[in-house]
Design a protein around this ligand. Structure first.
Ligand SMILES: [Zn+2]
Length: 377
C-alpha cells in the first residue's frame, strides 16, 4: 500500500532544497505545488514580514468524503543550520547528509509522511474527513510561525503534529515555559579609588541568584539562568548586568510560582542595594521583560485523539507508547488555542546535528500509521 520508492524520491527532493529558518521561500514554493497536485487548496498567511521570514505559514485544505469536523496535521518547513547545499545520501535504507550539514529530516520526514499518507488515501479511495494541513515557518526559532497563526480559520478540534524522534511514540504532554530578561542597574565607581560610591550590579545579581531555586525543581518543573552579561572592566564597579533565563512546568500553578520566586529574589536584592553618599541615597533598579514562551500541552490519556491513535496502532500490531516531553513545539501553541493535538514520532534521529538520519523503513511505518489514523478519524 505504501510506496517506498515515492517516499525516497519525495524525501530526496525536499532535503535538497535548503530551508533554514527565515529562508523558506524555495521549500514553500515546492510545497505549494506539491499540495496542489494532491488536490488541496493552498494558501499562505501573512506572517512572513512580521517575523522576518521569506514565507508565511502554508495552509493546505483537502476536501473529504466523510462528514465530520476536519482533522489537522501540522509540520514545519524550516530546519536548523548548517543547512547550506544539503546533499541527501541514501545508503542501506538510511538517509544521511553527505557533508557537514544537517539532513533536514526534522521536519521533512514528517512532511513526506503526510504527503505519502494523502497519496495513499487518494489511490486507494479511502474516505476521510476534510484535512487542514499546516506547514509552519521558523518553528526552530521559537515557534515563531505557529504563534502568528490565525486560529479562527481552522475548523479542526483535534490533530497530529509530525515532529519528534523515534517510531511508535506519541507525545501527549509538554511543559509551558516563561522566558525572562532582567537588566539590573547599579552605580559605576572606580573600584580602587572610591568603591564605596558604587553599587555593583554583578553583586546584586550574585546575591539574587544564590537565593533562587534553579535546575530541576520537582518532577514537572525546571528553572534556569542561561546567560549573564555585564560589567566593563576589572577596575570599575559594574553599573549593569543582564540575566536571561526560563522556567518550565507541566503544571500552570507551579510555573507561575517558580517564576514569581525568581522575580521576587531579584526585586528584594535590588531594593536592598542602597548606599548613602554625602547624605544622598543612591538606589539600584531593575527592568524585567517576562514573556510567556509557550503554553501548556496536556492531552489527557482518555482524550478521543489518543484513543484514535491507540486504536490505529493496535490495528497494525504496533502499540503506541504515550509519553511526556520536556520541550515546547508547535503542538503547544495549538493546545493553547483549544485544539487537542499530540505529536507523532517520525523516525528522524540525531536531529540538530550533522549526523542526523532517518530510515526509509521508519518513514514507511509512520505513513502506514497515518493512513490508518486518517481512515478512522
Ligand atoms: Zn522539528
Amino acid at each position: 500500500m505504501i510506496n517506498r520508492e515515492r517516499i525516497c524520491d519525495e524525501f530526496s527532493k525536499q532535503a535538497e532544497i535548503d530551508s533554514p529558518s527565515y529562508k523558506e521561500a524555495a521549500i514553500a514554493a515546492y510545497l505549494e505545488k506539491r499540495f496542489r497536485q494532491l488536490g488541496a487548496v493552498v494558501e499562505f498567511d501573512d506572517c512572513g514580514p512580521k517575523i522576518g521570514s521569506e514565507s508565511g505559514n502554508l495552509i493546505a485544505r483537502l476536501p473529504g468524503e466523510k462528514p465530520g469536523a476536519p482533522f489537522l496535521i501540522s509540520v514545519h518547513m524550516d530546519t536548523v543550520t548548517p543547512a547550506e547545499n544539503v546533499e541527501p545520501v541514501l545508503q542501506e535504507g538510511v538517509f544521511t547528509s553527505a557533508g557537514e550539514t544537517i539532513l533536514g529530516a526534522d521536519d521533512k520526514a514528517g512532511i513526506v509522511e503526510a504527503i505519502e499518507a494523502i497519496e495513499v488515501l487518494r489511490e486507494q479511495q479511502i474516505p476521510h474527513v476534510p484535512l487542514e494541513i499546516v506547514v509552519t515557518v521558523c518553528e526552530e526559532q521559537g515557534l515563531l510561525g505557529a504563534k502568528q497563526l490565525d486560529f479562527s480559520q481552522f475548523k479542526a478540534k483535534r490533530g497530529i503534529a509530525l515532529d519528534t524522534t523515534g517510531v511508535d511514540i506519541v507525545i501527549n504532554q509538554a511543559p509551558a515555559a516563561n522566558r525572562f530578561k532582567v537588566d539590573i542597574f547599579g552605580h559605576e565607581a572606580h573600584a580602587g579609588v572610591c568603591p564605596e560610591q558604587g553599587i555593583s550590579a554583578i553583586e546584586i545579581a550574585g546575591r539574587a541568584i544564590a537565593r533562587m531555586q534553579l535546575g530541576r525543581i520537582d518532577h514537572e518543573t525546571t528553572a534556569n539562568i542561561g546567560t549573564i552579561e555585564g560589567g566593563l572592566a576589572s577596575n570599575i564597579v559594574p553599573r549593569q548586568v543582564t540575566l536571561r533565563g526560563e522556567v518550565r512546568s507541566h503544571n500552570g500553578d507551579k510555573l507561575r510560582q517558580q517564576t514569581e520566586q525568581i522575580v521576587q529574589a531579584l526585586e528584594e536584592e535590588v531594593a536592598r542595594a542602597t548606599i548613602e553618599i554625602d547624605g544622598e541615597s543612591k538606589h539600584a533598579s531593575m527592568s524585567l521583560e517576562l514573556t510567556e514562551d509557550f503554553p501548556l500541552m496536556q492531552v489527557t490519556e482518555g482524550a478521543p485523539i489518543l484513543q484514535l491513535i491507540r486504536a490505529a496502532g493496535d490495528a497494525l500490531g504496533r502499540p503506541q507508547e504515550i509519553r511526556a516531553a520536556g520541550g515546547g513545539s508547535d503542538a503547544n501553541i495549538y493546545n493553547g488555542q483549544g485544539i487537542d493535538m499530540v505529536i507523532l514520532a517520525t523516525g528522524m534521529e540525531k536531529v540538530h546535528t550533522v549526523n542526523e538520519e532517518v530510515k526509509v523503513d521508519d518513514m514507511v511505518k509512520v505513513s502506514e500509521l497515518l493512513v490508518e489514523i486518517l481512515r478512522r478519524a
